[in-house]
Design a protein around this ligand. Sequence first.
Ligand SMILES: NC(=O)c1ccc[n+]([C@@H]2O[C@H](COP(=O)([O-])OP(=O)(O)OC[C@H]3O[C@@H](n4cnc5c(N)ncnc54)[C@H](OP(=O)(O)O)[C@@H]3O)[C@@H](O)[C@H]2O)c1
Length: 246
Amino acid sequence: MDRGQSLSGKTVLITGGARRLGRAIALRLAEAGADVAITFRNSAREAQHTVIDVGSFGGRAVALRCDITEEKSVRSAIKETVKELGGIDILVNNAANYETAEFDKLTLQQWDAIFASNTRGPFLVSREALKHLRERRGKIINMGSLGGLRPWASHAHYCSSKAAIHMLTQVMAKALAPEISVNCVAPGMIDLGEKSATSFMKKMARQTPMQRNGKGEEIAAAALFFATAPHFITGQILVVDGGLGL
Ligand SMILES: NC(=O)c1ccc[n+]([C@@H]2O[C@H](COP(=O)([O-])OP(=O)(O)OC[C@H]3O[C@@H](n4cnc5c(N)ncnc54)[C@H](OP(=O)(O)O)[C@@H]3O)[C@@H](O)[C@H]2O)c1
């Protein structure tokens, strides 16, 4: 491996890392040499599998239950991570929720729930991890979305929450410099093999300049880029969408 891409001796905390993109990121960063803590909320079994697979790269791996909307739960997950791994070099704010809702029928409860997990959650986890990230001159990587840059009519709450995390990335990059760099990966259409999404995925692939949807490994590669990038790179939103947003 390119020595510049080594995370040997680094510790990473990934929220919502049991499955899908969070799992892909956990595996890629572990392959690069990191010790990895993942959090899960409901996916306890998937989290255990991910811990075993992450551990197969030779580093330490741990899974912690955490609800990123709950202050107490976040505090205890950060404390446990530091106890288990000794510190936090890189925080990946990955946990989030996605939902389709017609604008006219969107309830306040739906709106608040999406903002609680997608915007307030990453803020809360970052705030609670600050002390440890500062000690290590660490990095925060937020997961944004193409939907935070382009308006999707049936996703007002999701798109707005992701636009907010893009702005939060830039605000934090300024507020937390020079100790901590803060960047954001904004995925477009990523095909994670969901059967129910097959025809939608086909349609989106046709609309994408690269003529296909993205893969989990491609999002993980973008996360690895920021995880190993010079500290001078901060406040950036890297869209990984095969050109769909152009
Ligand atoms: N997949 C895509 O195509 C795509 C496109 C654009 C952006 N993104 C962004 O990329 C990131 C990962 O995408 P994904 O599709 O892999 O995500 P996902 O499956 O929708 O969610 C990832 C994890 O977030 C956790 N989570 C949700 N609410 C939580 C809460 N209140 N507290 C703690 N954990 C919570 C869940 O953990 P449990 O399962 O353990 O409950 C879930 O497994 C997200 O930020 C997403 O918005 C994804």
